[in-house]
Design a protein around this ligand. Structure first.
Ligand code: GLV
Ligand code: GLV
Length: 321
């Protein structure tokens, strides 16, 4: 006992926090709004472990504020672009994250967003509620179907593969993917590795499942949207930073592409006056990719287990190497 752990939110799923409380001295941010940066810097002073989320920037300044007693930072997310990995390594601070356990939830949400965007569900729901539903009409509220379509997946990791398996069940004609390396998992879905430009040119649906790293920063820029079909639907469930957002807004306004479904934006939350909210051909979700109840509970447990293992010097169940 005696290990001090700081939890950066008061609404982390309880199961994980309870695990920590059994073995550690746990302090947490006791307010429903996110912890302000200045408070976070004060709160982590002297702790041995930090249970954080993707809202918390774990950089040199924060690691400095925590001090040399810090052994582990564990995030309740698979994405880790908010963590300065090199700086953690330099200081011997281990990093825990939550791969695998949110793959199904995030792939499910990706399909939900894709269909909501292509079949215009938010618009249709609005019409039904506000008197726009005058009669069944043959060309009203139509959008492209998945059956027979070519789907392009950018980033063929666990989540991208999960999306491929799911879209295959919709009788798509072809699945293309773009990824640094060829993935043996392509065989299961018949997905074909192509260049980024070829994927953009051929896909009816372009889905971003790529982690945000320097090589993927704003890969969806003006030139990328111009290479897509005019009928293309773009879906992003990874990170807003993979998209040049002003270029996307322009592409949607000028019908360079048909529509976009975004679970992630720049910044988050997306300001209410963002032009994206004014576009009928854009569906915005508030970053809920992994928000299946089961997934979030398992993510919380895994985050706690990562911290406990690191503090005991044992192998962590999900260490970012
Ligand atoms: C969510 O975006 C995650 O990285 O887990
Ligand atoms: C990570 O981003 C994954 O695809 O699992």
């Amino acid at each position: 006992a005696g290990h001090q752990v700081y939890v950066t939110r008061d609404d982390m799923p309880e199961c994980g926090v309870d695990l920590l409380k059994k073995e550690c001295d746990v302090k947490l941010w006791n307010h429903s709004s996110p912890i302000p940066r200045a408070e976070l810097l004060k709160a982590v002073a002297g702790v041995n472990g930090i249970y954080c989320s993707l809202n918390d920037k774990i950089d040199q300044e924060l690691l400095e504020a925590a001090g040399p007693g810090l052994k582990v930072v564990a995030t309740i997310s698979v994405g880790h672009d908010h963590i300065d990995v090199a700086e953690c390594r330099k200081r011997g601070v281990k990093i825990g994250y939550t791969p695998d356990v949110l793959t199904d939830a995030t792939a499910e949400l990706t399909l939900a967003l894709l269909l909501a965007t292509s079949r215009r569900l938010p618009e249709a729901i609005h019409e039904a509620r506000t008197g726009g539903w005058v009669s069944w009409a043959p060309t009203w509220m139509t959008g492209p179907g998945l059956a027979g379509a070519t789907v392009g997946i950018v980033g063929f990791g666990r989540i991208g593969q999960g999306v491929a398996r799911r879209v295959k069940a919709f009788n798509t004609a072809r699945i293309l993917y773009y990824n640094r390396s060829r993935r043996p998992e392509e065989q299961e879905t018949g997905a074909v590795k192509v260049s980024f430009d070829e994927l953009l040119a051929q896909s009816d649906f372009v889905i971003c499942c790529a982690a945000l790293v320097p090589e993927t920063k704003e890969i969806f820029n003006k030139s990328a949207f111009e290479k897509m079909k005019k009928t293309a639907i773009f879906v992003n469930t990874s990170r807003g930073g993979t998209v040049d957002q002003p270029a996307l807004i322009e592409a949607l306004k000028t019908n360079t592409i048909r529509a976009a479904g975004l679970d992630v934006t720049t910044p988050e939350p997306l300001p209410l006056d963002s032009p994206l909210f004014k576009l009928k051909n854009c569906v915005i979700l508030p970053h809920i990719g992994s928000a299946a109840i089961e997934a979030r509970n398992i993510m919380s447990n895994l985050t706690a287990q990562n911290i406990l293992a690191a503090l005991k010097g044992e192998p962590m169940p999900a260490e970012l190497k």
